[in-house]
Design a protein around this ligand. Structure first.
Ligand SMILES: [Zn+2]
Length: 378
């Protein structure tokens, strides 16, 4: 859901992107500010003034969300984590980290860094709104930004995992009992209850009073439940694979294909015989990429209808630098999470000398979790 985003800026090497859903929300915010909020708090101004106020306030609100996420991201970098980027979408901002929090207190510091930025912005706006003699239009924008940042802060600090307050809660439980998966399950359970409460409460608010914010809260509830459960599953995965690496579960001699093989030959002979979802592409010992069955069956991109018949495996494969490549000694829990997030659920494992060491498949990961010894996890 976060993939279709446009990168708008780069701060300290962190990509800041905007998901398409944000534009819908930005439009709704501008409209409701210009139409109702600003005429309500600063009556008697020109319609054009309200529209300008609404646009400026929305851009500044957008900026304060990015600053909040940069708060999380900067602290995460300080803790030695990798940041994949910041995306603004329908429910605000999300900073994506890769890998595991090094410790419970590291997660605590990363979780509170964002809310601290929001608190600071709210305080600055509150201070600015107290400056006497500023024009009503400026005053209105500043007041609204103070209110909205404080409201965001309070809401964000509810212990509704995976919202910030819930992450703070998880880090504290984790610190207390030393068990990451258990702490996640407890925080996830509380987050789920909050999510259900948001849905019921939000829908009641919406249908009984007609307040649009009610529908919004219900949607957030739905998101909190989904995202929370996903994190609980990931934590279980890390727990189940603790101490294991990619090399423990990869297939060491997968069926490979040569780049010069015509696609027609591949789909007529290789595919029906083997029926795998993906094939590493190797030429005289050198690993070149990954061919998915789906790409082989679809017409190759960039080639016209006339030349499609002559297309080869090399034309249809995903090049090595665009495929998911995992080192053999990578933590299996981290690897499984990356696999789950990518199509087609296959990762190439290089041997360090330009060749192929193995292929890791999400199917094998899922199967290994179902082995008798592991049954009953969670
Ligand atoms: Zn946050």
């Amino acid at each position: 859901m976060m993939r279709s985003s446009i990168t708008i800026a780069r701060v300290r090497g962190i990509d800041i992107g905007v998901n398409w859903s944000w534009f819908v929300i930005a439009g709704l915010i501008v409209w409701s500010l210009a139409d109702a909020v600003f005429p309500g708090i600063k009556p008697g101004l020109d319609t054009t003034v309200y529209v300008v106020m609404a646009v400026v306030a929305t851009v500044l609100f957008f900026t304060s969300l990015i600053l909040h996420e940069l708060g999380h991201a900067t602290q995460a970098l300080r803790e030695g984590m990798r940041i994949e980027g910041i995306t603004l979408w329908i429910f605000g901002g999300v900073a994506k980290f890769s890998g595991m929090f090094p410790s419970a207190m590291a997660e605590f510091r990363v979780a509170v860094a964002g809310p601290l930025v929001t608190l600071l912005i709210g305080a600055v706006m509150l201070g600015a709104s107290a400056i006497p003699g500023s024009p009503a239009a400026v005053d209105g924008v500043v007041e609204w930004l103070a209110i909205v940042n404080f409201a965001l802060l309070v809401f964000n600090m509810l212990p509704a995992f995976p919202m910030d307050g819930g992450r703070v809660l998880r880090s504290l439980i984790w610190r207390a009992n030393g068990d990451f998966a258990h702490a996640t399950a407890v925080a996830g359970g509380i987050g789920r209850a909050f999510g259900q409460f948001f849905i019921v409460g939000g829908l009641l608010l919406f249908f009984l009073t007609g307040v649009f914010g009610g529908a919004w809260i219900a949607l957030i509830g739905w998101f909190v439940i989904g995202a929370g459960q996903a994190e609980v599953r990931m934590a279980r995965l890390r727990d189940a694979f603790e101490g294991k690496t990619v090399a423990d579960l990869m297939v060491t001699e997968p069926l490979t294909v040569e780049p010069s093989l015509p696609l027609a030959a591949f789909t007529e002979a290789v595919l029906p015989e083997s029926r795998f979802r993906a094939y590493p592409v190797v030429e005289s010992g050198r690993l070149l990429g990954l061919l998915t069955a789906r790409a082989a069956l679809a017409p190759p991109r960039g080639t016209g209808g006339a030349s499609a018949g002559a297309a080869t495996v090399g034309d249809a494969m995903v090049q090595l630098d665009h495929a998911l490549v995992l080192p053999a000694d990578k933590d299996l829990g981290d690897a499984a999470i990356e696999l789950m997030q990518t199509e087609p659920g296959r990762a190439l494992v290089p041997d360090g000398r330009g060749g192929l060491a193995g292929l890791l498949s999400i199917t094998d990961v899922a199967r290994s979790l179902e082995l008798p010894g592991r049954r009953g996890v969670g």
